[in-house]
Ligand binder design. Structure first.
Ligand SMILES: *Cc1c(COP(=O)(O)O)cnc(C)c1O
Length: 371
């Protein structure tokens, strides 16, 4: 009996995305093994954080790396480091920012739930621009002696008339302000592990528990050594704002193994496999009345990976989109999918284990035919 059976937790086939609320992603055996190995021996945690960070930095063509307990924690600790540098009194003082740099600039269009990770450090978010357009002069005017950092969120929210990231970096560099890029879900492509920092970002932050398929509670902050060293001081096990965001030896070794696996992966082969799955789904589903399926690209996070978008015309199909989504989740095996605009559902091959693409299609066809 598995632990989930014992607890009465239903397993889900995830055709949605690497969502934390669904468990994020599944670790390959190499990652699990690294965590098991790490779990068996006492070590000096500070030393392990430094050595794992150096190794990941080297593998990803970066100056330095801090392993966090997730991308959101990475944001919090990075912002703390921007505020305090290596000043122990300032580190101890947070989240009280009296007398410290306490402003972080953000595009208004980038505001999203994860900006809590910035605000919890004690700083204020200073918005620039409008919902759909932002100009360089607005950034220039917002920077002052209290500016600790600029946070750039890369994802579905990015690109609505934003100042281009390269321009943001140019303006920030000229004024000595760090630029922190939240790129939590921006792999694939794998090259993004170094693209943002090559562009000049002070740090780029990634989830360890999304497509990297590392431990759920891990994240990578890749960037300039000066910032990473200040992050270590603001992070666990040091008494600091990052102390509750503990990173264990198992996560440290697990995420290193995950990075190695990810770099060694056949990314082109994977892409063509997902294209094949999406093409196969669309071909089958388009034969059903009231159903129209097509390839959707890129996906919700902006990753260059295809999904199938399946529109359901309730009048012709005899069942509504919401009923289909509910029936997929209620069935055995349970399948979870994302809803899209215009009465559609998205089917995402990225989080499926081998063979599950067939199960997803069978379940969907059975529900649509029964109606
Ligand atoms: C997923 C996500 C996060 C949070 O990542 P965790 O590793 O779960 O902490 C932060 N920002 C963005 C844009 C994300 O997509």
């Amino acid at each position: 009996m598995t632990i989930y059976e014992e607890l009465g937790i239903r397993p889900l086939i995830n055709a949605s995305a690497t969502l934390t609320r669904l468990g994020g992603s599944l670790m390959p055996p190499e990652v699990v093994q690294a965590m098991v190995d790490a779990s068996k021996v006492f070590i000096d945690l500070d030393e392990l954080q430094t050595k794992v960070g150096d190794k990941i930095a080297e593998l990803t063509h970066n100056d330095a790396c801090y392993v966090s307990s997730g991308a959101a924690a990475g944001i919090a600790v990075a912002i703390a480091a921007c505020v305090t540098g290596k000043n122990l009194a300032a580190i101890h003082q947070l989240p009280d920012t009296t007398g410290l740099k306490d402003e972080v600039i953000v595009h208004k269009s980038h505001r999203n739930g994860y900006d809590h990770a910035v605000r919890q450090v004690g700083v204020k978010l200073v918005e620039i621009g409008y919902a759909t357009s932002t100009a360089p002069w607005q950034l220039e005017a917002a920077i002052n002696e209290r500016t600790a950092a600029i946070i750039w969120f890369q994802g579905g929210m990015t690109g609505h008339g934003d100042i281009p990231l390269a321009k943001v970096i140019e303006i920030a560099d000229a004024r000595g302000v760090p630029v922190i890029v939240d790129a939590a879900a921006q792999v694939p492509p794998v090259e993004n592990l170094w693209n943002y920092t090559k562009l000049g970002a002070t740090a780029a932050i990634f989830s360890g528990g999304k497509d990297l398929r590392g431990p759920q509670s891990s994240g990578l902050v890749l960037g300039k050594r000066e910032l990473i060293e200040a992050m270590r001081m603001n992070g666990s096990p040091n008494h600091s704002i990052g102390r509750p965001m503990k990173v264990g030896k198992e996560e440290l070794c697990g995420v290193l193994a995950a990075v190695r696996c990810y770099l060694a992966m056949d990314h082109e082969g994977r892409l063509s496999q997902t294209e094949e799955i999406v093409g196969g789904w669309c071909g089958e589903l388009n034969q059903l009345p009231g159903v129209s399926a097509h390839r959707s690209f890129p996906n919700e996070a902006g990753q260059p990976m295809p999904r199938a978008q399946v529109h359901i015309d309730a009048a012709k199909a005899g069942i509504s989109r919401n009923e289909v989504v509910a029936a997929l989740l209620a069935g055995t095996p349970a399948v979870t999918v994302s809803s899209g605009p215009d009465e559609s559902i998205y089917l995402n091959p990225m989080t499926l284990e081998d063979g599950e693409e067939t199960v997803v299609l069978e379940r969907l066809v059975a529900i649509l035919k029964r109606s």
